[in-house]
Design a protein around this ligand. Structure first.
Ligand SMILES: Cc1cc2nc3c(=O)[nH]c(=O)nc-3n(C[C@H](O)[C@H](O)[C@H](O)COP(=O)(O)O)c2cc1C
Length: 158
């Protein structure tokens, strides 16, 4: 399997309470770890921006499962392609609450990577969206985003 990266944006069907987001992220981490998938999910009141990295078949299959999830719709595939390395090797799924970011820093980062200070990933190119997520990697949700991805065989060896 080739290493690929997939980035998409979607709109949430309803605003998910933080508790639901935390359990969604926990579920993602567990499943992604089994599949050696890594990535990041940024969410706001009305939408998601997610990057998935891993083997092409695993990423493809996961994207189809995610696309069928009734919690969101209007998925827009921003990018899919082979990569030589991962940007999120330490996160089976990092979670970032965009609304929780400090407003002026959020605006500055959004302006740097896009056409406005409003979080609207639908208007972004795949490379800009990726750079935005990389910039936000350091601001992960304290309760749910910092969990490093530990390969299972590393745990067995320990
Ligand atoms: C925005 C969003 C992102 C998701 N990301 C992942 C993910 O990275 N990994 C994952 O296993 N499930 C993810 N899910 C959950 C899947 O859509 C699905 O509920 C989960 O894979 C269980 O699928 P299953 O019931 O077919 O086993 C995500 C759901 C949403 C709404």
């Amino acid at each position: 399997m080739r290493l690929v990266r997939l980035i998409y944006a979607s709109r949430s069907v309803r605003m998910l309470p933080m508790g639901e987001m935390v359990s969604l992220l926990e579920q993602c981490r567990q499943k992604n770890q089994e599949l050696d998938i890594t990535g990041m999910l940024a969410f706001s009141r009305d939408g998601f921006l997610q990057v998935l990295e891993g083997g092409s078949e695993n990423v493809n299959a996961l994207y189809h499962r995610i696309a069928a999830d009734p919690r969101h719709h209007q998925l827009a595939l921003l990018g899919f392609g082979e990569v030589v390395e991962r940007e999120f090797p330490d996160w089976s799924m990092a979670g970032l609450d965009v609304v929780g970011l400090e407003a002026s820093r959020r605006a500055a980062t959004l302006l740097r990577h896009g056409t406005s200070a409003v979080f609207n990933p639908f208007t972004m190119s795949a490379s800009a969206a990726l750079r935005l997520l990389v910039a936000w990697r350091s601001e992960l949700m304290p309760c749910a985003g910092r969990e490093p991805r530990i390969p299972e065989d590393a745990l067995e060896e320990a």
